[in-house]
Ligand binder design. Sequence first.
Ligand SMILES: Cc1cc2nc3c(=O)[nH]c(=O)nc-3n(C[C@H](O)[C@H](O)[C@H](O)COP(=O)(O)OP(=O)(O)OC[C@H]3O[C@@H](n4cnc5c(N)ncnc54)[C@H](O)[C@@H]3O)c2cc1C
Length: 477
Amino acid sequence: MKYKQSLCWFRRDLRLSDHVALSHAIRQSERVFLFFIFDTNILNKLKDKDDRRVSFIANCLRELEKSIKSKHSSLIIRYGDPVKEVFKIVKELKVNAVFINRDYEPSAKDRDDRVLKKMRSIGVDFNSYKDHVVFEHPEVLTQQGTSFRVFTPYKNAWLKELCEESYSDFSCKLDRLAPKEVCKKHLWDWSLEKIGFKQNFPNIQPGEKGARSRLNSFKRYIEEYDTNRDYPARVNGTSGLSIHLRFGTISVRALVRFAMKNNSKGYKTWLSELIWRDFYQTILDCFPHIVIGNFKPEYDGIQWEGKTKHFQLWKDGMTGYPLIDAAMRHFKKTGWMHNRLRMVVASFLTKDLLIDWRKGEAWFAQNLLDFDLAANNGGWQWASSTGCDAQPYFRIFNPIAQSKRFDPEGEFIKNEIPELSGFSKKYIHWPIMAKQTEQCKADCVLGKDYPFPIVDHAVQRRMALNMYKKAKIQSPA
Ligand SMILES: Cc1cc2nc3c(=O)[nH]c(=O)nc-3n(C[C@H](O)[C@H](O)[C@H](O)COP(=O)(O)OP(=O)(O)OC[C@H]3O[C@@H](n4cnc5c(N)ncnc54)[C@H](O)[C@@H]3O)c2cc1C
């Protein structure tokens, strides 16, 4: 056995099954301690002390603790700066190695570099593994040996590279976990309140159990995924697994194993979404400047002409565009938004309200339950045409046409904006077309019960085209 005692440090991989770092730790060590840190560098930046994500993590940890207890061991939890906390626990437990799964966010890479240096300085091994993605950089490259910037050729290369080994199961017998009697004196009676947060129950079953039951429900619907996935009102149209993938309560390999079971269109389209996830993780890993800047420098000179008050109305779901408002109100209430709606509201903010994508991205980052820097940044830069493989700047979603196409009966709108529920299918997407008598009949007078549109799409579209064109012409790139 290579190590007498090791530490497996959980971060965004809150599960026991199919966990690469854990399986390596078990294989190489006589005894493995399991460890998690509430990272104050992250928590201190959160404005809402009832942040739903922190509650979700806490609920996942409670479940993880239960599972670990059933294996006669314990999860050691600390609160603080990871560099200091890992150092302290390593000394306390006298471990010879730390095992982690790699994280590709620039701040996480920086944290891990600092921990690695600290461990080296005291002669402790720091072993990291690929787990969050199927392929990481530089496993999928262009023929020139560079990283891809466009999705379709990336996807083709990804599929070519894929073999059973790429998604094998790392679940193993957890027979070398440190006994609970040994862990006991290192435990801390933690609670959300003790770290300054409040429970805010997200209506989502946490942990591995939650992820498995979500996947099992989706199994019945995946055949229709390619036809249902764009309609926000269709229940189970998409998997709803993003939060579980975000916090690693299920492994991406488990999902690929499931997606590879069948060659039908639904399965294939869903696998494609998992490839998008890998793609954006790789883009973030290779081009970390995107965290604050445009992927495409030719748009660096855009003079965003939007108004601050419009940003607030967008956040509040008070733009007078029903599909946008329904999406934003649902988001505020639940912390979740359907992919089609994410694309439509992001396009509306940048190309109708002419507001910098970074503002929308930050609002999503603050509120999305499944917030993931790589996917969120990728989605925002795609919609605002500043990103890799983004849609061209002159392709601008018409929010009313999107509404008619993807919420044809206005079901989603009516659920989220009850004041519009009296309108028929004819007016629900654009109530301003309804005459005063129709409005009275619907019990919704515009300007009183629901706002007039804050901008004119046709006018704003022309302004957006000019704004982008000007930046491109003036760009030295
Ligand atoms: C502006 C914008 C912001 C976004 N922000 C995030 C974010 O912060 N976190 C996040 O996980 N996704 C984000 N997405 C991608 C996508 O909207 C969500 O992954 C999806 O809505 C999650 O629902 P689901 O789990 O039911 O997805 P499904 O349709 O069932 O897809 C399965 C999984 O594939 C992955 N996936 C799907 N679409 C994408 C995509 N376009 N890019 C990357 N991965 C994808 C997700 O992990 C998802 O759980 C964003 C998209 C846009 C346009």
